[in-house]
Design a protein around this ligand. Structure first.
Ligand code: ADP
Length: 462
């Protein structure tokens, strides 16, 4: 699995930040040259500096750079690339982009356009995977109008969650407790979804009060051979956005996790999925898992799976897109030890987690056994205000959960970022909190008491 990939010579990295660097690293191990596409705001970024070649694709405004298919495809053609890796976010799950890449004779690193199209609508995918045996949260199809929404909600039972079908990143969802509230928020949600995702279709799900977020990583080659790479628990969230992930899930039994992972891989292979992907589930207090959505790309939290399985997921993704068979079987995918990922964001916990920008004045990346730090940060780096606030990911591994927590403490105490405000304090507080230590927490842990109150409580002595 460490052999060079002969079918691709040069790949364009059409993303930024830590994931651009991660893709660059995969290219190096595969013997592929990497060209990094950057916006004017990222000229001095680490991936642009470390790339074999770097090319400017437009201004800071992502719509005219990282989201511009013509800018990206022409950059790939001008620099002689034969593939484009979109990373996550931006154009990574855009079927029209994948199709345009293919039409220009280039390889899109991800599922083919028709697969992306088939798995694009969250409401549709719920139906599709339910047909292939996955239990879903009780819910509706796409909502045509208010009348239908009210009828569907009455069937499901309040509270319900109104969700954008093209949504992502925890954005645009609204919990609704009554018919009156539903009628009031429906038009607001529609216009928010249109503005955020360019698509105003909505659907309903039953609101599950105390749930955990558990997801299964899969990889399927072009020949229908698929494996799962076990699960990740992403229940530590702030406003429906993940901030800490771990694997294995402390909430699942060995039998439960095996059954979930096996059902997930069976269903996606049968439904025609291809390349790496992640099936997300909500797990209730009794251990019942309900499918909520699939992500057709590499996930931010993929490194914890790499630590447990020893499999390079980005290299796997590139190999599959290049047409190689998977080259390993389910028996070759261990789940060894325990890993935790801390998302280090440039944001200010004291001011409602407002995204921060500025120059990094002092910086130290943690190290030592079982510690990995994926980050594009360096001393002197100007964190631009235009993009996602993710500054890096600290990943720790140990044979046991307790060991991983101990390494987490040690690594967080070595991590030094000065010049921009970060959320490191919240990770320190989490590692000392009773719910996290006991493994008994649900996705609303931080929001229930408020992240600021959680931090203040952790800082009080005793
Ligand atoms: P997105 O694609 O925007 O990230 P998801 O459907 O993956 O949205 O949900 C994100 C998070 O929102 C979940 O991890 C969970 O915390 C919460 N959530 C989603 N669906 C439900 C539900 N039916 N009931 C309660 N919480 C939910």
């Amino acid at each position: 699995m460490t052999t060079e990939l002969k079918t691709l010579n040069t790949l364009l990295v059409a993303n930024r930040g830590e994931i651009a660097l991660r893709i660059l690293r995969a290219c190096r191990t595969l013997g592929i040259e990497a060209v990094v596409a950057y916006s004017e705001a990222d000229r001095e970024s680490l991936p642009a500096m470390l790339a074999d070649e770097a090319i400017c694709i437009g201004p800071a405004d992502a719509r005219r750079s990282y989201l511009s298919a013509p800018a990206i495809i022409s950059a790939a053609l001008v620099t002689g690339c034969d593939a484009i890796h979109p990373g996550y976010g931006f154009l990574s799950e855009d079927d029209a982009f994948a199709d345009a890449v293919r039409a220009h004779g280039l390889t899109f690193i991800g599922p083919p356009a028709d697969v992306l199209d088939k798995f694009a609508s969250k409401a549709e995918v719920r139906r599709l995977l339910a047909e292939h045996g996955l239990p879903t949260v009780p819910g509706s199809g796409l909502l045509a109008d208010e009348e239908q929404a009210l009828a569907e909600a009455a069937l499901i039972g309040y509270p319900v969650l109104l969700k954008p079908s093209a949504g992502g990143g925890g954005k645009g969802m609204r919990m609704v407790r009554s018919p009156r509230e539903l009628a009031a928020v429906l038009p607001i949600c529609r216009s928010e979804a249109r503005a955020a995702f360019g698509d105003d279709s909505l659907y309903l799900e039953k609101w599950l009060e105390d749930n955990r977020h558990v997801e299964v990583q899969v990889a399927v080659d072009k020949y229908g051979h698929g494996v799962h790479l076990w699960e990740r628990d992403c229940s530590i969230q702030r406003r429906h956005q993940k901030i800490l992930e771990e694997s294995p899930s402390p909430a699942m039994s060995a039998a439960g996790r095996k059954e979930l992972a096996e059902r997930a891989i069976k269903a996606v292979v049968a439904a025609g999925y291809e390349n790496v992907g992640t099936l997300e589930f909500l797990v209730d207090g009794e251990g019942n898992a309900y499918f909520i959505e699939i992500n057709c790309r590499i996930q931010v939290e993929h490194p914890i799976t790499e630590m447990l399985t020893g499999i390079d997921l980005v290299a796997t993704q590139i190999r599959i897109a290049a047409g190689e068979p998977l080259g390993f079987t389910q028996e070759d995918v261990p789940q060894r030890g325990h890993a935790i990922e801390f998302r280090i964001n440039a944001e200010d916990p004291a001011h409602d987690f407002r995204p921060g920008a500025g120059t990094i004045e002092r910086f130290n990346a943690p190290g030592g056994p079982g510690v990995r730090f994926d980050s594009h940060a360096y001393v002197g780096y100007d964190v631009p205000p235009y993009y996602d606030s993710l500054l890096g990911k600290l990943i720790v591994w140990a044979p046991t959960r307790e060991g991983a927590i101990a390494r987490g403490h040690a690594a967080l105490s070595e991590l030094l970022v000065e010049g921009v405000t970060t959320n490191i304090a919240i990770h320190r507080a989490l590692l000392r909190s009773e719910p996290f230590l006991s493994g008994k927490f649900t996705t609303n842990l931080l929001d229930r008491i408020g992240s600021a109150a959680f931090l203040a409580a952790a800082e009080r002595p005793g």
